[in-house]
Write a protein that binds this ligand. Structure first.
Ligand code: GLN
Length: 215
């Protein structure tokens, strides 16, 4: 294997993501320092608390390096709070809440409302033959996407879902991917596999160190 996948390990469900990656046979590391970030070929930003994660990213001097690597095309997968961190725009955020950005989407934070703030359901997802069992925990949804963004999944357009019916909950843009739900919960590794494919493809397109030296 010629790639390593990092899990941003400032806060949130880091261990669960590392466990799924390890189960897939991936080389996976926790990322807390700029040097660790520099060494990875793909990054997962886990669920947790987006305002806390941004604060910690600044304290750990990862905020600018994260923005720079994402801008330079690092394959990155944000789940739940991680989706908020990757979004270019937030609605319903804390006052002045910042993001890392990269994904041309508007997310609505804590979108599903108090009554249904945590729920589960089966969703068809582009790229998977069978629906994925999606677990939502105080999740955001995607209010709007830019032209370059592919919608991978929506909440079923069932009137029983109220305001959530038809909402976008998984997206991809180039080598960036995000889900409102928690694919690391429940033992189904297929969404992680889609991300690993993105990392593999991006890695294959990059010259190896050997080729770079030869040039
Ligand atoms: N509500 C959280 C936030 O705004 C996200 C919840 C989660 O990641 N499970 O950051």
């Amino acid at each position: 294997m010629d790639h390593t996948i990092g899990v941003l390990a400032l806060q949130g469900d880091v261990r669960e993501h590392l466990a799924v990656l390890t189960r897939l046979g991936e080389r996976a590391i926790a990322v807390r320092r700029p040097a660790e970030l520099a060494s990875v070929d793909g990054l997962i930003i886990p669920g947790g608390e987006s305002t806390t994660m941004i604060k910690l990213a600044k304290i750990f001097e990862l905020y600018e390096p994260l923005r720079a690597r994402i801008r330079d095309g690092l394959p990155t997968f944000g789940t739940c709070a991680g989706m908020i961190l990757l979004a270019d725009r937030i609605e319903g955020g804390a006052v002045g809440q910042e993001t890392l950005g990269g994904l041309d989407i508007t997310v609505r934070r804590n979108a599903f409302g108090r009554q249904v703030d945590s729920f589960e359901g089966d969703l068809p997802l582009t790229g998977l033959d069978e629906p994925v069992h999606a677990v939502f925990i105080r999740a955001p949804w995607v209010e709007a996407v830019g032209d370059g963004v592919e919608v991978l999944a929506r909440v079923p357009a069932d009137p029983a879902r109220g305001a959530a019916a038809g909402r976008i909950v998984a997206v991809r843009q180039g080598s960036l991917m995000a889900t409102s739900f928690h694919p690391e919960v429940g033992g189904d590794a297929r969404v992680h596999e889609l991300f690993v494919d993105l990392v593999r493809r991006a890695r294959a397109e990059r010259p190896t160190d050997h080729e770079t030296k030869r040039d």
